[in-house]
Design a protein around this ligand. Sequence first.
Ligand SMILES: [Zn+2]
Length: 419
Amino acid sequence: MLVNIGQLATLRASAAGPRRGASLSELGIIEDAAVLCLGGNIVSVGTTKDALCDRWLKKNRKKVTEIDCGGRVVLPGFVDSHTHPVFMQPRLVDFEKRIAGAGYEEIAEAGGGIRSSLEGVRQASKAVLADKVLHTLSDLAKHGTTTVEAKSGYGLSLESELKSLEVIRAAARQWPGTVVPTFLGAHVVPPEYRGRSQTYVEIVCKEMIPAVAKAKLASFVDVFCDRGAFSEKETATIFGAAAAHGVGVRAHLGQLSVPSAGFVDSLVQHCRPASLDHMDYLNEADLPALAASDTVATMVPGANYFLGLSRYPDARRLISAGVAVALATDYNPGTSPTISMPMAMSLACTHMKMSPSEAIAAATVNGAWALGLADCKGSIEPGKDADLAVFDVRDYREIPYWFGVNRCVQTIISGVAQS
Ligand SMILES: [Zn+2]
């Protein structure tokens, strides 16, 4: 039981479906709050005073582990719905090249970018990779994240993509939080298929997706649909293969270029992607279809920050159009080497003009919607999983305010306080 919570942001549901428009800023705050968890679930949420008067609790108080939050702020554990944790090395050469003025595509052309991470993953043993992923998961929990989506995508061969997903599964088994695995074989065309993307897409559809589905290694298939990666037509083909094998879909879209008019509309109608991520570039004409769907637009401002871009996703336009938006880290070695959701939230506030309360909802409850986990994650309500994060601040607005430091002092996963 957590008691003496200064501000508890419950994010309790005010309506069905992901948060949109004005409801994105409703945090459902309870002051001087308490949360009782039993068997990994939240059983009651209210004020500390009411909790201490509870008859069951009075009788069983000695059996209950009590955490005195001392007036601090408690949020639902963050749901980071977009990460790429299976890689070996940081990309320091790219980092320096970019500082010296090279662009994203120029770096990729010179053999840097995604392709430069392939060799490390292809050669690494499962045990070494799993160790790295587990280390990342522990780091995420220290920063308040309790549910994370994890993509493959730095192997780009049948063998190394399966290995990457097996590594995610192995690390997830050793971590108390929840991991949602995503197959991203369509990250870029690997060098051995240069100029033959159609052949590679066929391998993804006819060999990789069936093998991934058969071994139940992924909940989603993702495609990097953009200039220099996969075309809209190829994306539709890959999504078709995913659907044929009963696997959900999501896409990287609009990071480098504007999708064709009507593409998002047709994706939403025919493929029902759980999320479309980045969305730095979008078509005004697609917004009504997106707003009418449960597809979440996931913004990853850590990438814009790290690439030194002045352009950020137009969160205000998306929110005012009624699109459900989420925030994620996009943790990866090339464009967003951060596991900090508070950092993503801080960037959303300062560069995308989201309010602190909107940023919190986008990092919790809407992240859960983006992963199809809204029934058990993303808010502090009876019946949901007991995943919570305690921050050493007095006001929830301080969480995106203090950037570059970790104010998360305690993470609770499935009702168990993590050390
Ligand atoms: Zn990504």
